[in-house]
Structure formats: C-alpha cells, structure tokens
Design a protein around this ligand. Structure first.
Ligand SMILES: [Zn+2]
Length: 345
C-alpha cells in the first residue's frame, strides 16, 4: 500500500514560473508589482489609458502616449508619479526587469514583459490587445514568455471579425444612404481609441465630419504622437446637417432628440445578431480593438508559453479550449461574465 499519498491540494496557479494572483487586480507578489489595478496601489504597471485599467497609484509605469492620454483625460496627477518608458526600454524593479511592447489595442497600449533575474523566468501580460493592423495605433509585437496572462474578451470560436476593408465599405455605404435620406449619420464608438479609428476610416470620403468634445480632446493627443486624422469640427447638432457625426454611445439618445439621424454602433459585439436591438441602434458594424478568437490562438503560437492564465471575457471557456489543445490554461477570474461595457473609456 502506498504511504503518504493523502489529500494534497495542488493549486494550478502555483508553478515554477513567476507567480501571478488575481485579487481585485492582477498582482505579482514576489515583485511587489500590480498590473492594471482598478484601485490605487503603491507600484503599478498600466497597460493603456482606458478607465477600467487605470487608477491613481503612488508610482506608475506606462508608455509615453498612455501618459499623455491619461493627463488629457483625467488631468495632471496631484501627487501620483507617472513614469513614461519607451517600448523596448528595460526598467529594473527589485529582482525583475520590465519591458513594454506594443499591444495594438489603442495608441500607446502595451503588453508588459517581466524577466526574473535569478533564473530568467519570464511572464507576458497582454492587457487589451489585437494583432490585426490598426489605422491609429502601433502594431502589436508579442514576445516569447514562459507564463502568459491574456485577455479573452472574444474567447469563443464564433467570434471572427471580417476584414477591415469590408467593414469600412459597409460604413461608407451607411453614411451615403443616410445622407441621401436627408438624415445625419451618427457613428458610435468610445471616445478613446475606437473614435479615432472611426475618424481615420472617414479620411478622404468627402463628407465634413463633426465629433463629440470628448473625442476632439483625445484626437489632439493622437496628433501629438504623429497620427494622421481627418479634420473634424466640434459637434453642434444645430449645424450637423450634411455632416457625418462621431460620438460616444451614451450620447446617442440625446443627440437624436435634437436632429433627424440614423445611428450605427462600431463594436466587436456587432457580430451578435441581437446587437442592434440590445444597443438600440439602426445598424451595427463589427469593428473591434480586441483580438478575435483566431488572434487569441495566434498570440499563443507567437508567445509559446508553458502556462496560460485568462483574465477578461470568456476566460473559463477559452482556458478549457486550450486544455483540449494540450496547453495548460486556467482562468484567473472564475465566474467572470461577459461584460457588455460599451463605454469603458
Ligand atoms: Zn481597453
């Protein structure tokens, strides 16, 4: 009879690699580092400037564009320290080296790579990311790591985005049909990232553009970092006839009370058949700044991790999918439910 084989609980999250925990935010305990914590912490790495990834910490490292976007959106810090680093630049923290690599999600968005000096163990945290080309942000540059912590917003096989050119053609058609019907086409996307991608899609179509003030404010930072956006005026519903309007989703109702318009949501959730009704819009087009299911798998091929932890969206489903492919994978946020947050920024 075998001796000593009793009840032994093995925590799959403990491994020879860098230990990562999720307790109201991602934490690397041995490094004293938090990754995108939603509450203030002493020492944080912030992947990008969307509000669900940012809080006022004592000390924050982020990319230069992220710092500029944070300042433009949330104001200058009172006493918080934001330390910008360039992509690829190495920063030391205790026994770790930290590097940021472009994540392809919005301007300045970064994947965060950690290397433990003692044994060379590595970890990559993707933050929000996509691998497809963008009109307004850096192309993603995933790097190899032993441990991969990844977002899985669209972590089901049914989420597969069509080529961008097809989406752009559909959006242009919507604009001209709406103008021909004597109404104002209103394109809805959150004001940081998606709205600038929409603006870039409108370059050269020959229709004057108006944008909500929150978008105009963010666009100025994009231009500061060399992104080319077509001219757009501050939105004035009184003068909007003959224009195409770009606005955040939560402003649609008030806008349409002031002018005859047709609304179109630009979001990855447009792949869901119910999207138009769920969001109360006339049209919905699948333009996302997140990875689709194929890109999630593609990322894993590029990073070649020993273990994968999932943190947003369909975490349990995608992790189970990976285990069927004989890749060790676990959700760090069990019971994490699909969040249909249109306005994160
Ligand atoms: Zn984001």
């Amino acid at each position: 009879m075998m001796q000593g084989v009793g009840l032994m609980v093995i925590d799959p999250r403990m491994n020879a690699g860098i230990d990562v925990r999720h307790a109201r935010g991602l934490q690397i305990p041995e490094a004293g580092i938090w990754l995108d914590p939603p509450r203030p912490k002493p020492w944080a790495l912030v992947s990008h400037a969307h509000s669900d990834h940012f809080a006022r910490h004592d000390y924050t490292i982020c990319s230069s564009p992220t710092m500029a976007l944070i300042h433009a959106r949330y104001g200058e810090p009172k006493n918080g320290e934001l330390q910008p680093v360039e992509f690829g630049q190495s920063v030391k923290k205790d026994n770790f080296s930290i590097r940021l690599h472009p994540a392809g999600h919005i301007l300045g968005s970064a994947m965060i790579h950690l290397t433990r000096h003692a044994d060379g163990a590595t970890l990559l945290y993707t933050g929000d990311f996509k691998l497809r080309d963008s009109l307004t942000c850096e192309r993603a540059e995933p790097v190899r790591a032993d441990t991969l912590v990844m977002e899985t917003t669209f972590g089901l096989p049914r989420f597969r985005f069509p080529p961008r050119d097809e989406v752009i053609a559909d959006v242009h058609r919507f604009i001209f049909e709406t103008l021909n019907a004597g109404k104002v086409p209103v394109l809805l996307g959150y004001s940081l990232g998606k709205a600038q991608e929409i603006l870039a899609m409108l370059d050269g179509i020959g229709v004057p553009i108006m944008a909500h003030e929150s978008i105009v404010k963010m666009s100025a930072v994009f231009r500061q970092f060399g992104r080319v956006l077509p001219m757009h005026d501050l939105l004035d519903p009184e003068r909007a006839a003959g224009h195409v309007v770009v606005a955040p989703p939560q402003t649609a109702k008030a806008l349409c009370a002031k002018m005859p318009c047709r609304t179109a949501l630009l979001s990855g959730w447009a792949l869901e058949k119910s999207a138009k009704y769920r969001y109360g819009v006339d049209e919905a087009f699948p333009l996302s700044d997140h990875a689709d299911h194929d890109e999630l798998l593609q990322l894993i091929e590029q990073v070649r991790p020993r273990v994968v932890y999932t943190v947003h969206g369909y975490t349990t489903e995608f992790a189970a999918d990976l285990r069927r492919r004989v890749i060790e994978a676990w959700s760090l946020v069990d019971n994490d439910q699909l969040e249909l947050q249109l306005e994160r920024a």
